[in-house]
Design a protein. Structure first.
Length: 215
């Protein structure tokens, strides 16, 4: 069977997809939390910057971000090596805005009285955000964040067009080598994606039910 015969190639592509998902996901969480904090900051300049960053990237196709990094940035003297780290950077930037919006929605769900009480006892904005607001927002934020990571895992397929041999690129190469078994080759690719997305989706549903029950 073509899937079993090419299992090492599938596993290599799957490892690259998983690596892109994990590294870009961690980067997106860090940047997304920062952007979300800026969106609710009392400083207008930070809010404007974060809102502009979010709206630009959220409404731009991921493929266009890749093309911008590869073709436009060199015009300004910024030359990125085509491959893994360029893919990580583009995926991180694109995913971070969805992380930021998920976190911001969780922050907005916390009662206004909580922030007012924190200010009343003398906490700064940063202290009230990290010690009072975010801990309460976490329960409602985790399920949508998992969905963002699921989307990231599927979005790694865009890197196949930019010199990164992940799962989709592996499937394309195997399909060219085995034209009579294209359906089976692509089915193998789909199965490996499902290994990531189905358990993550079930986890998101479980956490969402627990959050609803806790409320």
């Amino acid at each position: 069977m073509v899937i079993a015969d090419n299992m090492p190639a599938y596993l290599a592509g799957f490892r690259m997809t998983a690596q892109l998902t994990i590294v870009a996901g961690l980067g997106a969480l860090v940047i997304g939390l920062t952007v979300a904090a800026m969106r609710v900051s009392p400083l207008g300049s930070l809010r404007v910057f974060a809102a502009t960053y979010t709206e630009l990237l959220r409404n731009m196709p991921l493929t266009l971000i890749f093309f911008f990094a590869v073709l436009v940035l060199p015009q300004f003297g910024v030359v990125l090596p085509l491959g893994y780290w360029t893919a990580v950077g583009c995926l991180t930037a694109y995913t971070s805005v969805f992380v930021a919006e998920a976190v911001r929605s969780g922050i907005n769900a916390v009662g206004v009285g909580q922030a007012e009480a924190a200010r009343a006892i003398g906490l700064t904005f940063g202290q009230s955000l990290t010690s009072v607001i975010l801990p309460q927002a976490v329960r409602s934020v985790i399920p949508p964040l998992i969905n963002v990571i699921i989307a990231l895992a599927k979005n790694t397929s865009v890197a196949a067009g930019f010199a990164v041999v992940e799962l989709t690129a592996t499937g394309r190469r195997l399909a060219q080598q085995n034209p009579a078994d294209v359906v089976l080759v692509l089915a193998g690719v789909a199965l490996f994606y499902l290994v990531v997305t189905i358990p993550a989706g079930q986890l998101a549903n479980l956490l969402e039910r627990k959050v609803a029950f806790a409320r």
